[in-house]
Design a protein around this ligand. Structure first.
Ligand code: ATP
Ligand code: MG
Length: 591
């Protein structure tokens, strides 16, 4: 695949670059051949027709992800490659079906009913994936928890929704405060075989070995709840967004047309299922299409990640800016030492992807890293870059077919191209959250305009005349300095272009003269020293790249920037630190 770069215009009038793609080497024709054409002709009804429930009326996402495939040749196809330091385990679709049936029987034994909330608090492991399907099979609502959560984070989430059962292991169980969670009746423990169990504890291995591998799936209504996802906590206390089985329509459509998954693909989504990407695109989406799914256990390690791609011949790879920045910091030589030629597509989500990283990826992987935008509350990718479409550097892409996005004012009026405002999506796409658990007012506050037709994201962005969207920042993060609006992301991306800078977080600091001044927190790449000279150099670097008003007037070096456990820079912590304010909810803070 050859790619070259051209120029285009941005909101600030500066020129930006477009990557034009020319597919030379073999790859299956993308499912989406022409964006405009698909967008015009798209119908959600066509996608619905593909589910077995359209004919049988029997609805359950776990049936569509696993059981259904056992009536086809995919029965013996690998559904899950689980890789860690001890090797690779394989599970076929039939294995998944049987194991999740067993687990559904275990849950029934424990008294779990349709609609009960069941949490999964495990490191990435085959059991985690089996648990997710088993929970859906009994009609319960799954609550994903990231393995690094500490006691308070667990308590808040389980208390918020009255969880009934938790699947965990003896080590992580120590962080579950049972005494303040009276509704939590049972803990199923993976790897507790030889331990003496308390009355409320069950051993996964023991229960699974006794359970039958046949199960009569609980048939659901399309609007019955499936998963309760808490948001990442980048801007405040995490919110519980409830999604329903109907969301599978959106998962399947985006897996096909945005991720461009094909039958022969080996797909790896690096996100942990504790976050929405790791659940929706690390479990449901690939399996709805019957695609082989790769999971790697353990922590980030550039060498091991590349080896996973090489050994398992990963063809489609979905990760996040923080991971790509770490891979970039690990150096191009590391990438070049591995055969990564199996990769057809590389995608990113979760934070803005710095253009510098895209350019680096072009060299290191010979692929354009395509970013997409969505939120926990949205349930599916909404603004995406697609393989068939030219990519404008810095753009999140264009609205997914079947959805409509716009930039609107606070009251929900549309804004013209290049005007910065609220990024909004017309409500009614199949995977939209159905409520914020226990907070009706919060839920309502997302919708604005005539008949509350717009879902307003809380992100600030602009659109160009071709309908490409560009991220500016979280609404609360946008800086007003000397009468100008500056998105922190633009400044951060300019800083990251400097060879000394590994990562940057930018905030507005109150200033009597200017309203706010721009302050940048910067971590350096190995081999670079902090100095006053470097600060001045970085300030000038931004000024010459962006504009005089976008120049940081203060720079502070930090070894590491505060991030969420899903890898997002937490500007609210930087702000609180700078202004000496309380830091607020830190349940998702990395360290
Ligand atoms: P919280 O809502 O609890 O503060 P959060 O918003 O980080 O946390 P998520 O739902 O995980 O929780 O993340 C969604 C947000 O991530 C978006 O609103 C947006 O700010 C950011 N984001 C996701 N993808 C992109 C992207 N491609 N470019 C820029 N920002 C993105
Ligand atoms: Mg959010």
């Amino acid at each position: 695949m050859l790619e070259h770069v051209e120029k285009h215009k941005t909101a600030s009038g500066a020129s930006q670059e477009i990557v034009r793609r020319h597919v030379k080497s073999y790859s299956p024709a993308p499912h989406m051949r022409d964006y405009e054409e698909l967008y015009k002709g798209f119908s959600w009804g066509d996608i619905e027709n593909e589910f077995s429930w359209k004919k049988t009326g029997k609805i359950n996402i776990a049936h569509e992800c696993a059981d259904r495939h056992c009536d086809t040749w995919r029965k013996n196809k690998v559904a899950l490659f689980f890789a860690d330091d001890s090797g690779v385990q394989k599970y076929t679709f039939q294995d998944l079906t049987r194991e999740s049936n067993r687990f559904a029987n275990v849950l029934r034994e424990c008294g779990v009913q349709k609609g009960d909330r069941v949490f999964v608090f495990l490191p990435r492991s085959p059991e985690l994936y089996i648990a997710f399907l088993g929970i859906a099979k009994v009609g319960a609502v799954v609550g994903p928890l990231f393995e690094a959560f500490m006691m308070e984070a667990i308590r808040d989430r389980l208390q918020d929704c009255g969880a009934k059962l938790i699947v965990t292991n003896p080590e992580l169980e120590k962080r579950v405060p049972f005494s303040v969670l009276p509704e939590l009746k049972t803990a199923i423990l993976v790897g507790a075989k030889d331990r003496k169990l308390e009355h409320f504890e069950r051993s996964w291995e023991h229960e699974m070995s006794e359970a039958a591998d046949k199960f009569k799936v609980e048939w659901m209504d399309r609007e019955d709840p499936l998963v309760l996802h808490y948001t990442s906590g980048s801007t405040g206390k995490p919110k519980g967004a409830l999604h329903v089985h109907n969301a599978m329509i959106g998962y399947l459509a985006t897996a096909r047309y945005s991720l461009d998954l094909h039958e022969e693909d080996t797909y790896w989504c690096t996100a942990d299922p504790g976050w929405v990407t790791g659940t929706n695109y690390g479990i449901y989406a690939p399996w709805l299409l019957g695609v082989s799914n790769v999971v790697r256990g353990g922590r980030f390690d550039a060498e091991k990640w590349y080896k996973t791609i090489e050994d398992l011949k990963v063809t489609v790879w979905y990760s996040a800016p923080t991971a790509f920045r770490m891979l970039m910091a690990a150096g191009e030589e590391k990438a070049k030492r591995h055969d990564l030629s199996s990769l057809r597509h590389v995608y990113s989500v979760g934070e803005p992807l710095n253009p510098e990283v895209v350019k680096w990826g072009l060299n290191a992987y010979g692929r354009t890293i395509m970013e997409n935008w969505w939120m926990t509350e949205c349930g599916m990718q909404l603004i995406c870059n697609y393989p068939c479409l030219s990519l404008k550097l810095g753009s999140m892409g264009r609205p997914f077919p079947g959805t409509e996005a716009a930039i609107v004012t606070d009251s929900g009026e549309r804004l013209p191209p290049y005007e910065i405002g609220n990024l909004a999506v017309k409500k009614g796409w199949p995977s939209m959250m159905r409520m914020i658990w226990g907070d009706e007012n919060k839920f309502k506050s997302y919708f604005r305009g005539k008949e509350n037709e717009w879902y307003v994201s809380g992100d600030s962005a602009y659109m160009d005349e071709e309908g490409y969207f560009f991220f500016e920042g979280r609404i609360d993060d946008v800086i007003k300095t000397g009468g100008e609006r500056v998105g922190p992301f633009e400044v951060e991306s300019a800083l990251v272009e400097h060879p000394a800078v590994a990562e940057a977080g930018v905030i507005g600091k109150p200033d009597v003269m200017r309203g706010s001044i721009i302050k940048a927190f910067v971590s350096l790449r190995p081999g670079f020293q902090e100095s006053e000279g470097l600060k001045t150099e970085l300030m000038e670097f931004v000024k010459t790249r962006l504009a005089a008003h976008a120049k940081p007037r203060e720079i502070e070096f930090m070894d590491k920037l505060p991030k969420t456990r899903s890898g997002k820079i937490m500007r609210r912590i930087l702000r609180a630190k700078e202004l000496g304010l309380p830091v607020g909810d830190t349940s998702t803070l990395e360290d």
